[in-house]
Design a protein around this ligand. Structure first.
Ligand code: SF4
Length: 358
């Protein structure tokens, strides 16, 4: 393992088998992997820990997919189901502007009633209300849904979204890009091939996206590495991913856990290995994000020493994690971010969505 880690730091690209070998580390060799990932982070992204001032705006929790790992989605008519109208969305936008955000994320369930026109009008209204703010919105699954509801191609939907003011697409709905796993955890979502096709389309049209991995349900280490290999291949081709966002499964209020189909999520070892192996395996990604809403403040700090270089956004609202059972996932005050960064000798800097430092 020591030779392998030295080779990676010299620029050697890990094979899937080697990535898997690292992902399965169980004893104190774990610390060698974390330290190597920290050095790779230092070389590729420097010492700065960045964050973006952003706000999540949830439009609806009504969702056609009802994924097994999600505590947020509801059927129309279920207790707690909601769908905001234009005025309610604009009210949330105005609150976000009052908080001096540079990015607005539109996050929703995949409402069966939404058409391409709904998504395009939403983007256009937010663009008009917040002209200088970066709009980061919707997933490939929503693009596919909009296309099939409105009889358009996914390329046409993406072009119309971009024209309406979309700046970047969310790389969510990726979960684990292995169809056998998807059939268990999100059977109504698009399959892996469709996710990959829409992401490539977006990148080719000059719409950057994030890349995500949602791990800790019932997938194996092999599936995590396959997923990372797919992302690395797309990035070689398009350079359209801005960062990887590892999302640790929050289990408490989810059907998969309630029905005994998944355990209580990843362990601390798995969370840190996910971060570190991603850093070492994805040699063409500059940014690996630490998702504090999933990991909590203390493990997030260690993740910053295991390959992570970004603390995501202030968020001001994350109903998806809160509804699934994560505590304190709503807002991370930059003052507290500063505290954990200072404690490990790293500078904290505000950034824009494209990682330009403010
Ligand atoms: S993860 Fe997204 S698509 Fe799946 S049920 Fe939740 S809101 Fe719907």
């Amino acid at each position: 393992m020591r030779h392998l880690l030295e080779d990676v730091l010299e620029g050697y690209r890990l094979s899937e088998e080697e990535g898997l070998f690292l992902m399965k580390a169980r004893n104190r060799s774990l610390f060698d992997i974390l330290a190597a990932a920290d050095r790779a982070r230092e070389e590729r992204a420097g010492p700065v820990v960045s964050y973006v001032r952003n706000q999540n705006i949830h439009i609806t929790n009504i969702c056609k997919n009802l994924c097994g790992f999600c505590g947020f989605g509801r059927r129309a008519g279920d207790k707690g189901a909601y769908c905001d109208d234009r005025d309610a969305v604009l009210e949330k936008v105005s609150r976000a502007l009052g908080r001096r955000v540079t990015e607005i994320c539109l996050l929703s369930g995949v409402n069966p009633d939404f058409t391409a026109e709904t998504y395009i009008e939403l983007i256009a209204s937010v663009r008009q209300a917040a002209p200088g703010v970066h709009i980061h919105a919707f997933s490939p699954d929503e693009v596919n849904h909009a296309a099939s509801r409105s009889g358009m191609s996914t390329g046409e939907v993406l072009a119309a979204m971009k024209h309406a003011g979309l700046d970047s697409l969310q790389g969510t709905a990726a979960e684990i890009l292995v169809d056998e796993v998807r059939r268990k955890i999100c059977p109504r979502k698009i399959d892996s091939a469709t996710w990959i096709r829409i992401i490539r389309e977006a990148h080719r049209m000059g719409i950057p996206t994030t890349a995500t991995i949602m791990y800790g349900t019932c997938e194996q280490a092999e599936d995590r590495i396959r997923h990372l290999a797919i992302l690395r291949e797309i990035q070689d081709e398009t350079r359209g991913f801005t960062e990887l966002v590892p999302l640790s499964y929050v289990y408490l209020n989810t059907p998969l856990y309630r029905n005994g189909l998944a355990g209580p999520g990843a362990t601390g070892r798995e969370d840190l290995l996910m971060m570190a192996v991603s850093r070492l395996f994805l040699d063409n990604f500059r940014n690996i994000q630490v998702s504090w809403g999933k990991l909590g403040e203390k493990l997030s700090q260690v993740a910053l020493l295991s390959g992570g270089n970004d603390l995501a956004g202030t968020m001001f609202s994350d109903d998806v994690s809160v509804d699934a059972g994560a505590s304190a996932a709503d807002f991370f005050d930059p003052v507290l971010m500063e505290r954990i960064c200072k404690d490990i000798g790293r500078p904290l800097r505000q950034r824009l969505t494209d990682y330009t430092l403010v």
